[in-house]
Design a protein around this ligand. Structure first.
Ligand code: SF4
Ligand code: SF4
Length: 234
């Protein structure tokens, strides 16, 4: 993980804006849809997948999500589960196409790009990086804006900004208190926060206002964490 983080930090030396050009052509080999443990799902992704499949959010979360606590961020994270029988993604078709193409996770839609956010006084700024990969060819030119095409870049960037702000604030505060609390406290905290972050959405309604609202509730829980600790006798 440390090597991967170092590689990403290095790539950040060459950030791409929405209209900058990179060269890549996907050969539809399907390799990036197998044996993956690093395709993180945001609530935005989960809601879009639930809507595409016509299934309840909770069911999609349980069926396709693997929930865990980030080892460095200390925040609840969800990654896309692969099939147990052959390691392939549940959504990979026989022809190596994605069954949920229009609503696939942002990580998949972006690849080989990655998206990063930096927090500045003026707000959160977004940029893209071209990940180093041996796959595909380099005989087509694209821009991040055009690459994301039907994924509605503007909405997904807005979502990403809100999400990054919530996760960063959460991570800072939780990392500070975790060494001081019991396992019972930790479980209660993560259950409450995790449910709000990932499950309390009406997928038929606009998602951005809902993540703002849920994010505000999570941050309010976090700001009252000292009182909560007292209730647990810490
Ligand atoms: S992105 Fe790369 S690994 Fe994935 S299908 Fe295309 S060529 Fe294959
Ligand atoms: S969701 Fe689609 S693009 Fe992403 S890993 Fe699965 S099959 Fe591949």
């Amino acid at each position: 993980m440390a090597d991967r983080n170092d590689a990403i930090i290095k790539l950040m030396d060459n950030p791409l804006g929405q209209d900058d050009v990179f060269r890549f052509r996907c050969k539809q080999c399907g390799s990036c849809c197998r044996d993956r443990v690093d395709i993180l799902l945001s609530p935005f992704d989960l809601c879009r997948i639930a809507k595409e499949l016509g299934e309840p959010l909770q069911k999609v979360f349980e069926k396709y999500g693997h929930a865990y606590i980030g080892s460095t961020s200390n925040v609840p994270l969800v990654s896309l589960k692969m099939r147990e029988d052959n390691g392939k993604c549940h959504f990979l078709r026989e022809d190596n196409r994605c069954r949920i193409q229009k609503n696939k996770p942002s990580v998949c839609a972006l690849f080989p790009l990655g998206r990063c956010a930096t927090r500045k006084d003026s707000g959160t700024e977004i940029f893209y990086i071209l990940q180093s990969t041996d796959c595909g060819e380099r005989d087509e030119s694209h821009t991040p804006k055009e690459w994301m095409g039907e994924f509605n870049l503007e909405e997904s960037e807005e979502w990403f900004c809100i999400w990054q702000d919530i996760v960063s604030t959460l991570s800072e505060r939780v990392t500070e208190v975790l060494p001081k609390v019991s396992v019972e406290f930790e479980n209660a905290l993560f259950t409450g926060i995790g449910g709000l972050l990932y499950l309390k959405y009406d997928i038929e309604k606009p998602l951005l206002p809902q993540v703002r609202e849920n994010g505000a509730k999570v941050l309010s829980i976090i700001s009252g964490i000292d009182d909560m600790m007292k209730m647990f006798g810490h």
